[in-house]
Write a protein of this length. Structure first.
Length: 183
């Protein structure tokens, strides 16, 4: 099996703005990741909500923007979104113009290969170029065993906890990063 941690693998990845033709390739990634923690069933309503948000973003009907990662074969293997920080997340900001990373998903077959890290770097660069001063990301308890470790690897220990953000007893970990040092 190919060593997916190698720089050669990462050099074959392209990060670009999401296009309408990417949506159907994203659906299986979302369906395999967005699961009820108790039943392991896909949460279809949430998948459809994200796809609606993606479609609306392409039509400029919301304030979200998405990037996708594609393999050398031009197959979509991940996505990450960006929006101005919502009111609840602005309370965790330490600067005037924060944005929020949203909807970060990588195909399970390419996780731990650096795809997610490359998406974060590209999203941070886009945020900086768009005039944002920091990024904020939250991850709920459903992703305790996956997303939390990833965001901790990217940003260190959580900067805060958003108590009950996803409902009673369902706290979200919150990370933040100043974009002052992005070049």
């Amino acid at each position: 099996m190919e060593d997916t941690d190698s720089p050669e693998y990462l050099s074959e990845i392209t990060i670009r703005p999401l296009g309408v033709d990417d949506i159907e390739q994203l659906r299986p990634i979302l369906e395999s990741t967005i699961k009820d923690p108790d039943t392991n069933e896909t949460i279809t309503e949430e998948v459809e909500s994200i796809i609606t948000d993606i479609i609306d973003s392409l039509s400029k009907n919301n304030d979200k923007e998405y990037l996708v990662a594609t393999s050398a074969e031009k197959v979509v293997i991940g996505m990450m979104g960006l929006r101005p920080a919502c009111e609840a997340m602005r309370g965790f900001a330490q600067s005037e113009n924060p944005c929020e990373i949203i909807n970060a998903f990588v195909d399970q077959s390419t996780q731990k290969s650096g795809v997610g890290s490359e998406l974060v770097k590209a999203t941070e660069r886009k945020a900086f170029n768009d005039g944002y001063t920091e990024v904020i990301v939250n991850s709920g308890p459903r992703y305790r065993d996956t997303g939390w470790a990833f965001w901790q690897k990217m940003y260190g220990e959580p900067s805060s906890v958003a108590a009950g953000y996803y409902g009673e007893g369902r706290d979200a970990m919150v990370w933040r990063k100043s974009l002052a040092e992005i070049v």
